[in-house]
Unconditional design. Structure first.
Length: 156
């Protein structure tokens, strides 16, 4: 699987994530980490393919009458090292972006949960006040009913 294919899958995973408040998306972290691992394992393959295509270009150059001198080994190694370093840097950047997005999603989810709990707290406080007011309203007629308790009043 090519690195670009893995990146496309990672992008689609993020796009298909569950929508959260504040424009965030929750993604399956196991799937995201699997794709990142595939990207890491794919990158050396990409470097190998680049080297192989360089060899094909060299063969074409020789067929067209180019020089028969072998390419400078240090240049080939430097090119490979540069390609691998660039690929690794890009992979690290993608991982860093994914981790930052995950942190932001967690922060957004925590803020949303706090808002829901604050709203619930307000609703429960109002409900509790209504219950207390109802009990107080019931206490006044009980005190005025000649000291009879509610069970005694219903029996008579």
């Amino acid at each position: 699987m090519s690195a670009y294919r893995v990146i496309d899958k990672l992008e689609s995973l993020v796009r298909e994530g569950v929508w959260m408040p504040f424009g965030w998306r929750a993604v399956n972290s196991d799937r995201a980490l699997d794709l990142i691992e595939k990207l890491r394992t794919t990158l050396p393959d990409e470097a190998y393919r680049a080297k192989r295509s360089e060899g094909s270009e060299r063969a074409a150059e020789i067929r067209e009458g180019g020089s028969l001198n072998p390419p400078d080994e240090s240049k080939v190694r430097a090119t490979e090292s540069d390609l691998i370093a660039k690929a690794q840097a890009r992979a690290d950047g993608i991982v860093e972006q994914a981790q930052a997005a995950a942190r932001d999603i967690r922060k957004g989810a925590d803020e949303y949960a706090d808002q829901v709990l604050a709203s619930l707290d307000t609703s429960l406080t109002k409900a509790h006040a209504a219950v207390q007011k109802g009990r107080q309203a019931l206490a006044v007629p009980l005190a005025q009913s000649n000291g009879k308790k509610p069970r005694e009043m219903s029996a008579t």
